[in-house]
Design a protein around this ligand. Structure first.
Ligand SMILES: *[C@@H]1O[C@H](CO)[C@@H](O)[C@H](O)[C@H]1NC(C)=O
Ligand SMILES: *[C@@H]1O[C@H](CO)[C@@H](O)[C@H](O)[C@H]1NC(C)=O
Ligand SMILES: *[C@@H]1O[C@H](CO)[C@@H](O)[C@H](O)[C@H]1NC(C)=O
Ligand SMILES: *[C@@H]1O[C@H](CO)[C@@H](O)[C@H](O)[C@H]1NC(C)=O
Ligand SMILES: *[C@@H]1O[C@H](CO)[C@@H](O)[C@H](O)[C@H]1NC(C)=O
Length: 209
């Protein structure tokens, strides 16, 4: 009786210890098929985590953020504009990226240290981005959605994914804070904003959609 219970308990322990890493592997599996048409358009940042704590603190201060992907006919040359609302001001930055399966790298010399990949999520209208910054020294993990606010289970899945990455608990954006308006190329204020505020916060905002 006793040895049998022991054996069963042991089996349970063994299977528990085996299933934990498998669960993370499953939770962090890359997106198998990136559909560019699905990626295009605007995504609101819903939650995120940054491995570097001082940057995470600054990340918490932003009111809202969004990215808008667009692609110009080819499947690999894609660009996106990131808009960020901080202290009631909007900042915009644009990036050209090269897609490689479900990953991408930044074009241009100053971006060569950062890369990102899309991670699978069960949320149907979400986009999950895992970035390696400064050649892997820092990690950023961002959950975007077409919606501003997600269901509790969807945030819980993201939280579990963040735990798997051993990153700080996610910061969830306030869905009531307005997103920045669409950037118009001819808007001089947007340009000024990017050059002044943008320079000040350059290091923080560089890789933080
Ligand atoms: C697409 O490429 C063409 C030709 O290079 C350019 O004129 C056009 O502005 C581009 N459109 C976008 C959305 O980048
Ligand atoms: C498109 O992507 C290729 C491959 O990375 C790159 O060499 C090329 O410069 C890109 N073209 C543009 C217009 O960005
Ligand atoms: C992105 O690529 C386009 C076309 O090659 C170029 O005109 C634009 O300046 C690039 N933008 C950035 C932010 O590198
Ligand atoms: C890459 O990151 C290293 C370490 O932070 C930095 O010294 C270097 O200037 C970066 N290179 C580029 C091209 O950004
Ligand atoms: C997203 O970018 C595309 C291409 O630049 C633009 O036509 C579209 O209006 C933008 N959408 C938003 C919501 O900013």
């Amino acid at each position: 009786m006793f040895p049998a219970a022991c054996a069963i308990a042991l089996l349970c322990l063994v299977s528990a210890s085996l299933s934990a890493p498998l669960a993370c592997e499953d939770l962090l599996r890359p997106l198998d098929q990136l559909n560019l048409r699905h990626l295009e358009g605007r995504w609101a940042l819903v939650a995120g985590s940054l491995s570097h704590l001082p940057y995470l603190e600054r990340f918490k201060q932003r009111d809202s953020a969004a990215v808008n992907f667009s692609s110009n006919s080819t499947e690999i040359n894609v660009s996106y504009t990131r808009s960020l609302r901080l202290n009631n001001k909007c900042q915009y930055s644009s990036y050209n990226i090269t897609m490689e399966g479900s990953s991408f790298t930044y074009d241009g010399t100053d971006k060569s240290n950062a890369s990102a990949r899309f991670v699978h999520t069960s949320c149907h209208d979400c986009m999950l981005m895992h970035m390696d910054v400064e050649s892997g020294k820092r990690q950023h993990f961002y959950l975007f959605s077409r919606r501003r606010q997600l269901e509790q289970e969807e945030i819980e899945e993201f939280t579990a994914q963040v735990e798997c990455l051993k990153m700080p608990p996610p910061v969830v954006m306030d869905p009531t804070k307005e997103l920045c308006p669409e950037e118009t190329a001819a808007d001089p204020t947007a340009q000024t904003e990017e050059e002044t505020e943008g320079q000040k916060n350059l290091e923080t905002i560089k890789r933080t959609p």
